[in-house]
Write a protein that binds this ligand. Structure first.
Ligand SMILES: NC(=O)c1ccc[n+]([C@@H]2O[C@H](COP(=O)([O-])OP(=O)(O)OC[C@H]3O[C@@H](n4cnc5c(N)ncnc54)[C@H](O)[C@@H]3O)[C@@H](O)[C@H]2O)c1
Length: 290
């Protein structure tokens, strides 16, 4: 298969990531059907498209004609059969649960045309853990978008051993055609590229804090004003959630048994107090509830 053969895209899951990936594909000229098991989520996603496109036109990012075309290109549907039945390329962006993803891929294998590539947007599950739920393992690949998917340019494409050259090439080409900047990982690795790099920075930042070398704000400032990062690791952690970091570090520790992987004492302290970051009004920084 070549990029030119892709006309219809199916996105499974219309949550945070799915509806934005679907809309980006629709803006880029693809016929998109996005499915979800939640009627409420489908309704919200559809309403989001109606509110988002006029703003793009006002800002001069899209012409009125392009926005109108994008609107007609995208459909939100409840049935996976309807969404994937004529798909040339599927992007799964459903809840991050391995058993659920395996079930969805087994269904997709039955429903989607034989030539269709089945990609997962999972942020942590490598596609080799899912591919054997299908009869087309060479066409099952990681295609990892970043949040918010309409804005963030990076896409990580992971070519596990089971993935064919053609699948990796077409996934890279489609990412570019969706106005993204894809990077190719030549093998599977936990956390892919960017999250590994961020995890290393965040771990080091927390140890520097723990060792009393510098305070939160100064460590963040070093990253912002010295390395040009848009925000420091603590500010970023307040955005992504200290609860998530705690859970991920505990999971890593359970996997490796290495005490160095345990969450740092200051992180544990915040976690135990329910101080998860911006969403609770308190994390590494304090946020006014207003
Ligand atoms: N949120 C992020 O920052 C981010 C970034 C990159 C990748 N991801 C990955 O994207 C995927 C989705 O994450 P999200 O943040 O959009 O989650 P989300 O909870 O916002 O959305 C997931 C959606 O999947 C739907 N769903 C569950 N089972 C389904 C099924 N059988 N068929 C169709 N839809 C189903 C849910 O109803 C929900 O609307 C996950 O694999 C996650 O790891 C998330």
């Amino acid at each position: 298969m070549k990029l030119e053969d892709i006309k219809n895209i199916c996105v499974v899951g219309a949550g945070n990531m799915g509806h934005q990936i679907a809309l980006q594909a629709a803006i880029c000229g693809y016929q998109v059907k996005c499915s979800d098991v939640s009627a409420d989520t489908l309704k919200k996603a559809d309403a989001f498209v109606d509110s988002y496109l006029p703003g793009r036109v006002e800002k001069g990012r899209l012409t009125a004609e392009q926005a109108k075309q994008a609107r007609t290109n995208i459909k939100f549907v409840a049935s996976l059969e309807e969404a994937a039945g004529d798909a040339d390329f599927v992007i799964e962006a459903a809840t991050e649960v391995l058993s659920l993803k395996r079930k969805i891929f087994a269904d997709l294998d039955r429903i989607a045309p034989k030539h269709a590539i089945l990609a997962t947007n999972s942020s942590a599950i490598v596609s080799s853990k899912i591919a054997d739920a299908t009869q087309r393992q060479d066409k099952v690949v990681n295609m990892h978008f970043f949040n918010p998917a309409l804005v963030m340019k990076l896409v990580e494409v992971v070519k596990g051993e089971h993935v064919s050259e053609e699948t990796a090439d077409v996934t890279m080409a489609l990412s570019k055609d969706m106005q993204k900047v894809p990077v190719l990982l030549k093998k599977e690795v936990d956390g892919f590229l960017l999250n590994r790099i961020f995890a290393a920075i965040s771990k080091e930042a927390m140890w520097l804090l723990e060792m009393g070398v510098a305070e939160v704000e100064d460590i963040d400032n070093a990253c912002v004003y010295g390395a040009g990062h848009p925000m420091g690791p603590f500010r970023l952690n307040d955005l992504t959630g200290l609860d998530l970091s705690y859970i991920m570090r505990m999971e890593k520790f359970r996997e490796t048994g290495n005490p160095a992987d345990l969450p740092n004492p200051r992180l544990v302290e915040h976690y135990m107090k329910g101080e998860y970051g911006e969403k609770t009004g308190q994390g590494w920084y304090s946020y006014s509830k207003k």
